[in-house]
Design a protein around this ligand. Structure first.
Ligand SMILES: [Zn+2]
Ligand SMILES: [Zn+2]
Length: 138
């Protein structure tokens, strides 16, 4: 975990953000939705919604409602995947690839690994969260 302010943003710069609180370790999610929206699998770190300040200078941030209980935020100009949040959870997952500095961060947990693509493996020794066998719609 890191407590220093962390910044990040999309490829074109229209959407930028700052995190002032704790950033959880990075988790890899291999569910079908994350695979499609990321183009591979999603790597993201959860933060408290209160610690996240988003600067959306051009109204570029689009929230796509991907299920009844969750939505995914991306830049409508450049297409960068930035956020995932469960409505009313008070937490937001921030795409690890959008962080400006990943110096102190590590990814050693994976979820929904049973839905991963066949063309890659989960790194040996990684913590794989037990999940139910139903393909999630999150
Ligand atoms: Zn952008
Ligand atoms: Zn996922």
């Amino acid at each position: 975990m890191t407590v220093k302010p962390t910044t990040g943003g999309c490829l074109c710069g229209a959407v930028a953000y700052r995190i002032d609180g704790l950033l959880d370790p990075i988790i890899g999610c291999h569910c079908g939705q994350c695979r499609r929206t990321s183009g591979h699998y999603a790597a993201s770190a959860e933060v408290s919604e209160n610690d996240l300040t988003i600067a959306d200078r051009e109204n570029a941030l689009i929230w796509y409602r991907s299920s009844e209980k969750a939505e995914r935020g991306f830049c409508g100009h450049c297409g960068s995947n930035l956020f995932w949040r469960q409505t009313e959870s008070g937490r937001v997952s921030v795409g690890a690839g959008s962080l400006n500095d990943t110096h102190d961060l590590q990814m050693n947990r994976h979820i929904f690994a049973q839905f991963k693509g066949d063309y890659y493996d989960i790194p040996e020794g990684a913590e794989v969260f037990p999940t139910d066998d139903t393909e999630p719609s999150i």
